[in-house]
Design a protein around this ligand. Structure first.
Ligand SMILES: C[S@@+](CC[C@H](N)C(=O)[O-])C[C@H]1O[C@@H](n2cnc3c(N)ncnc32)[C@H](O)[C@@H]1O
Length: 325
């Protein structure tokens, strides 16, 4: 979606890793990958100590930051006259959504609260955010379905639902909807399972009376047949030196696949355009766009060179954008 540049978060993470012996950092990342490869639903925090938190920050946070930023940009694009005054991030870990919120709206939300049950993640998140002057109230708390949450204009739930046992997910999304004065954004990995969790969350948000503003241009049932396909998008992420060392490869970037839903209490003033739900296919003199449309259908549109400006726009459009933009 966006090309990788050195973000303020990237610079903060580089500084964090500067003093760390490479072997120690690599070992921590490998341990983290192993934890996440197994069952991720866990009765205790996966990020148990500082090394785990640093590994998460170095290895996953740049990607989750880009995915959340992409989702928040879509929300902001649908509500151009709105900015959150307060932000509550659930299962916020090392604070990716804090940085994404601050980067999406000039000046960022005035008040940000992060809730997470991992003390080492919170400690590192605080250290990173303090270094950038981002004011955050960090709360160490276990999120359970009945948990009381502080009210906030914007509530984000990113890469958390997969770590909760299934019965707890619905309650957590209901609690997020109840706490949100204006908007809820849920982000999950762009896998078939991540999509199903987002789809279930979307149903709960609709049941709570919210309206969907992205990525779906409608509030009807998702037209994708579960199991046959999954709705997801991609965010480009710069790969750090540590990332390259652990994962190998030479590319300076990779694409983080993510699924998301953004819902608001009040409908935006303008109707949503169709959404490009796959990478556009460029053919000779043609661009093929796979769209999800406001009447809740999946449709392929072929834009040909003869269509002049529309063709040029189609060549420039991207996976995840509205069409026409
Ligand atoms: C994969 S990390 C995502 C962190 C962050 N939201 C991001 O997008 O980078 C999941 C986070 O959820 C937290 N978490 C998982 N289950 C939790 C629970 N029941 N209560 C509070 N936090 C929880 C973990 O400690 C971890 O920091």
């Amino acid at each position: 979606m966006t090309s990788p540049t050195t973000t303020p978060l990237g610079a903060a993470l580089d500084r964090l890793l500067d003093g760390l012996p490479p072997r120690q950092a690599t070992a921590a990342v490998e341990r983290l990958i192993a934890s996440y490869r197994g069952r991720t639903v866990s009765a205790a925090p996966i990020l148990r100590d500082r090394a785990d938190a640093v590994a998460y920050a170095a290895y996953r946070m740049p990607a989750t930051f880009e995915a959340i930023s992409a989702a928040l940009r879509e929300l902001a694009g649908r509500l151009p006259d709105w900015a959150p005054d307060s932000h509550l991030d659930l299962g916020g870990g090392t604070g990716a959504a804090v940085w994404a919120g601050a980067g999406t709206w000039p000046g960022g939300p005035r008040e940000t609260t992060v809730v997470d049950w991992s003390e080492p993640a919170i400690a590192l998140g605080r250290e990173l955010a303090d270094g950038a002057g981002l004011p955050v109230d960090w709360r160490r708390e276990r999120l359970t379905p009945g948990v009381g949450l502080p009210a906030a204009d914007l509530v984000t739930v990113s890469y958390l639902l997969g770590e909760l046992p299934e019965p707890a997910r619905e309650g957590l999304v209901d609690a997020a909807a109840a706490a949100a004065g204006a908007a809820v954004v849920v982000v999950e990995p762009g896998t078939p399972d991540g999509y199903l969790r987002v789809r279930a969350a979307r149903d709960r948000l609709l049941a709570a009376g919210l309206v969907i503003v992205a990525p779906c241009p409608h509030d009807a049932t998702c037209p994708i047949e579960p199991g046959a396909d999954w709705c997801h998008f991609a965010a480009r992420v710069s790969r750090s030196a540590l990332h390259r060392r652990v994962k190998g490869g030479v590319l300076p970037y990779e694409d983080e696949k993510f699924s998301y839903v953004a819902a608001t209490r009040n409908a935006p003033a303008t109707a949503a355009p169709p959404r490009v739900v796959r990478r556009p296919q460029l053919r000779k003199g043609q661009v093929l766009l796979d769209l999800c449309t406001p009447d809740a259908a999946l449709r392929r549109e072929t834009v040909t060179r003869r269509q002049g400006p529309a063709y040029r726009a189609a060549r420039d459009t991207s996976w995840g954008a509205g069409w026409p933009e």
